[in-house]
Design a protein around this ligand. Structure first.
Ligand code: ATP
Ligand code: MG
Length: 440
């Protein structure tokens, strides 16, 4: 992509309304635009990152055996009356009337709708296990939308829903998602710690929030330092092997970890002082087993091996891709701007032409742009006639992992400079070597 033809509205001023670094950087880097309180457009650079985050989430959901569908954002109030949540949900739910005065709502979540789909088609335990997910916009009329896309009113969610014949199998479904989440966050360049979460009136201990440690996080968290060095399951993890999934979950739930709501002073007291990590955190995912909470009132029954009909056991599993953009930036930035992990960077390489119009510079850059692109890399080529200082500042701000800088002297000598954004390391190499180096 040539910058001269792209839409990258970089702000020079630091926007006053932004209280936390990710919000500031997302506005300055031209990733998002606020349209009204808690409502954001994702500008082209932001959209690229959002797509990459979703692609990783999708790959790991699919790997674990979950199946993607797409449900609408607008739902009928009657469906929510079946579960009793229409009245219970309160002011966070945006209620809408259509021209026939039918009551609708903008979905804050999809348990009811997916249960309706399930009960319409599935009758037998032989069709289980089943896990259906989608990545769809949600609306919650948050009391205090803030911090940009970190807590917005309209936000993207990946929500998965598992269906099983009995508790034991639904625990395995839970473990599958737990393991898929560990892999997902790790691939996003994040260290996410699963923390026991409140299950509310349903009880049990099958609910975990996945939390990223960050000083600007909204939750207060307490965990054992061991979490920082636990191994994340590899690509070869067998999602059909219930015992090994359970073992992974055990390993990841044994050291102490809790948010302030679930904090247990006695258990915390037993953690050696030097292993204690009391910090702030951002919730990026939440998994929840709720058994028959929806299947019973909504009549989602299946016939078991013994011929008896039972309400299906369910769980739901959420990740917030739009919040993740902000969380990744909170975890990875410096004074100059964002430092994208390679896996989600909007472009792989930033190519800077220091002197557009200079024949050597233009020729070298055109060649690099072509060659780098031919290896499958996404290149953002700054071909604009602007000051070198501004070019460097913008490229640092948007945080692409690698920069290739071509100036008139270097171009004449057949050289370019490579800069690694994360470390600031710079090296001058011959133009011929750039493509191999960058794509390595
Ligand atoms: P929170 O406690 O932060 O309000 P929640 O418990 O209401 O979150 P869930 O209902 O479990 O969240 O939603 C699943 C995921 O969706 C969350 O882990 C988070 O990543 C994302 N999410 C929830 N609310 C918002 C929001 N207002 N803005 C952006 N992302 C959100
Ligand atoms: Mg909430």
């Amino acid at each position: 992509m040539r910058l001269s033809r792209y839409f990258l509205p970089i702000l020079k001023e630091t926007p006053k309304e932004a209280e936390i670094v990710s919000h500031r950087l997302m506005l300055r880097a031209g990733m998002i635009r606020q349209q009204a309180a808690g409502l954001y457009s994702f500008l082209p650079l932001g959209k690229r990152v959002l797509d990459k985050v979703c692609a990783i989430i999708r790959e790991e959901q699919n790997r674990s055996g979950a199946i993607e569908l797409l449900m609408p954002t607008i739902q009928s109030a009657d469906l929510w009356r079946e579960s009793g949540r229409y009245d219970a949900y309160g002011k966070e739910m945006l209620r809408i009337q259509d021209r026939h005065e039918r009551e609708l709502l903008f979905g804050p979540t999809n348990e009811e709708m997916v249960t309706e789909i399930f009960r319409s088609y599935v009758r037998s335990y032989k069709d289980l296990p089943l896990n259906l997910y989608h990545i769809q916009w949600k609306f919650r009329d948050e009391v205090r939308p803030r911090f940009g896309v970190m807590r917005s009113r309209e936000f993207l969610m990946k929500d998965a829903y598992s269906f099983d014949i009995d508790f034991e199998r639904s625990k395995t479904a839970y473990d599958r998602m737990f393991v898929a989440y560990l892999r997902t966050f790790s691939r996003l360049g994040l260290q996410a710690i699963p923390m026991r979460a409140d299950t509310g009136p349903i009880g049990g201990n099958l609910s975990h929030e996945f939390i990223i440690l960050a000083s600007t996080g909204e939750s207060e968290v307490f965990c054992h330092k061991d979490y920082l060095s636990l191994d994340v399951p590899g690509e070869d993890v067998d999602f059909d092997d219930a015992a090994s999934l359970a073992a992974i979950v055990d390993t990841w739930t044994t050291p102490y970890a809790a948010t302030d709501e679930m904090h247990d002073e006695a258990a915390w007291g037993a953690v050696p002082e030097s292993d204690k990590l009391a910090a702030r955190g951002i919730e990026v995912g939440h998994i929840f087993h709720f058994g028959t909470k929806y299947s019973e009132p909504m009549n989602a029954f299946v016939t078991g091996p013994d011929g008896k009909d039972v309400p299906v056991q369910m769980g739901s599993y959420g990740i917030g891709p739009s919040r993740l953009l902000a969380a990744i930036i909170e975890a990875s930035h410096d004074e100059a701007g964002i430092i994208w992990p390679k896996s989600v960077a909007p472009f792989d390489v930033g190519l800077i032409n220091m002197k557009p119009g200079d024949a050597d510079c233009d020729a070298a850059c055109e060649r690099l742009y072509r060659d780098l692109g031919a290896t499958g890399l996404d290149v953002l080529y700054d071909d604009q006639d602007t000051r070198a200082g501004a070019k460097f500042a913008s490229m640092d701000l948007i945080g692409l992992p690698v920069q290739v800088i071509v100036g008139p002297r270097g171009a004449k000598a057949g050289e370019a400079e490579i800069k690694i954004r994360a470390t600031g390391e710079r090296e001058t190499i011959s133009l011929d070597a750039v493509t191999a180096r960058v794509s390595a």
